[in-house]
Design a protein around this ligand. Structure first.
Ligand code: BGP
Length: 464
């Protein structure tokens, strides 16, 4: 029987995870160190309650049980990431057979339960061996990444048909090179631009390698956190500020990945401030000819901006904020736990923008979700009654549904996240999962939202 918000029968229902946040580093598993292991080792106080990525939800040992739970909550798809430093501990060179066996068995386990794996190659987790040689600032890292991608395609390309080159590539640029919330904690716009550029080139190289591989009918994409930029008013100065924020935070990856070139205005700004990256002669052609097949959209919050009120100090380090001020909209709805605005229509605006300005590229919502503190207080009869999460997902899905009705090429919805896990600097402060995890005992329990999403995915939609 049809439901009010009916999605197509082949819609992807699932949720997303990342290696560092779920696997645990394990013992004797041959994993090399990533920047997260290193940073936690040197500055544990930068992490909530001094908790690092050591054990997290122990997916490395629990994956069989977890795959059964993922099936029990009705998913037909599930996103993982490969840990580069697990697969190739030194970043380049020798492959870790234990990692190959783990990912291979995990993929089989998913397929055997009728769940299609979506595999992301990079989720913020640079191998430390490469970071020591400059990380994304160094062109050699692009080559190392290309080799890593090729290795992954060769090992798992016959089983995995949905690949992603990067998750939210703008975040390591912001965190590591502008605002000091990721390692290597620099504030250096010139390095930031180089890092962004090298990442885009690396992505195009992986896309190229994938398309050139024999006998694959799979698809390759990129996952971007798109934060629609809304001006305070229609006043030209506010509109200009909003456009600048959009260029820096959305179009810096969206345009090269989907259209194959950078926006002229962004190039002008970068040049004006003497930040243009070092490029190689063939890069332009590479980017133009190797755009993605599919786009993952992570959406949590919008960005609201207004015209700058004070002229920035020209002697201070350049920041995108030279072009706009943040605007706190009166009456906005908030997820106070995370400090993020909740604006459901943003998801629709993104999808319509993709339809109108990005060739209606095939897309799916690859992350959207709500982190909440101390969820134990909502336990009744042994189950977390996370009605707030159900409402959050439902209200966003209604807008996804509307965009789809209006012709947007959106094919699925993944929530962040499957089971509660470790977060980059917030550790276990906010819980996001359909499945709760007691970090002490590693006991898993499906939340009310987990039962709800099962019903939704079975009906491919919902009534109210
Ligand atoms: C996204 C990341 C995820 C996840 C999520 C929630 O940006 O891709 O890895 O962490 O945000 O954010 P947080 O964990 O910081 O609350």
């Amino acid at each position: 029987m049809a439901v009010k918000y009916q999605f197509p029968q082949d819609f992807w229902w699932g949720s997303a995870t990342s290696a560092t946040q779920i696997e645990g580093t394990g013992e004797d598993d041959g994993k090399g160190r990533s920047i997260w292991d290193h940073w936690y080792g040197t500055e544990p106080n930068r992490f909530y309650q001094n908790i690092g990525p050591g054990v997290t939800s122990d997916f490395l040992n629990k994956y069989k049980e977890d795959v059964r739970l993922i099936r029990d909550i009705g998913h037909n798809t599930f996103r993982i990431s490969f840990s580069w430093s697990r697969l190739i501990p030194g970043g380049t060179g020798e492959v870790n057979q234990k990692a190959v066996d783990f990912y291979d068995d995990l993929i089989d386990e998913l397929l055997n339960h009728g769940i299609e794996p979506f595999v992301n190659l990079y989720h913020f987790d640079m191998p430390m061996a490469l970071q020591e040689k400059g990380g994304w600032e160094a062109r050699e890292t692009v080559d190392a990444y290309e080799a890593y991608a090729k290795t992954a395609f060769k090992l798992f390309g016959d089983k995995v048909s949905k690949w992603f080159t990067f998750n939210e590539p703008i975040v390591p640029v912001e965190g590591g090179y502008l605002y000091d919330f990721h390692y290597p904690n620099k504030v250096d716009a010139k390095a930031a631009v180089q890092v962004a550029y090298n990442t885009a080139v690396a992505s195009a190289k992986a896309v190229k390698a994938f398309h050139e591989m024999d006998g694959t009918d799979g698809k390759i994409g990129i996952i971007l956190n798109l934060t629609p930029s809304y001006p305070r008013s229609r006043n030209p100065a506010d509109l200009k500020a909003s456009e600048a924020a959009d260029l820096f935070f959305n179009r810096s990856f969206l345009d090269p990945s989907v259209l194959g070139s950078y926006p002229e205005k962004l190039k002008e700004i970068v040049k004006l401030h003497g930040l243009a990256p070092t490029a190689e002669p063939d890069d332009e052609t590479l980017l133009r000819e190797n755009t993605v097949d599919i786009l993952g959209v992570n959406y949590y919050q919008p960005r609201r901006v207004k015209a700058k009120e004070h002229v920035p100090n020209p002697d201070g380090p350049f920041l995108p904020e030279w072009y706009f001020d943040a605007y706190v909209m009166p009456g906005r709805k908030m997820n106070e736990y995370r400090g993020w605005e909740i604006y459901e229509k943003g998801i629709y605006d993104i999808l319509i923008n993709l339809k109108e300005n990005y060739g209606n590229i095939e897309s799916f919502i690859s992350e959207n979700g709500m982190g909440v503190q101390n969820e134990e207080r909502f336990i009744e009869n042994g189950e977390i009654q996370d009605d707030y999460r159900i409402d959050f997902v439902k209200e966003h899905l209604k807008w996804v549904h509307r965009a789809h009705q209006e012709g947007a090429n959106v094919r699925g919805y993944h929530m962040w996240t499957t089971m509660d896990n470790w977060s980059w600097s917030n550790a276990y402060k906010n819980r996001y999962g359909f499945i709760s995890v007691d970090i002490e005992t590693q006991k898993r329990t499906i939340k009310k939202s987990g039962r709800w999403i099962k019903a939704v995915s079975e009906a491919h939609g919902f009534d109210e």
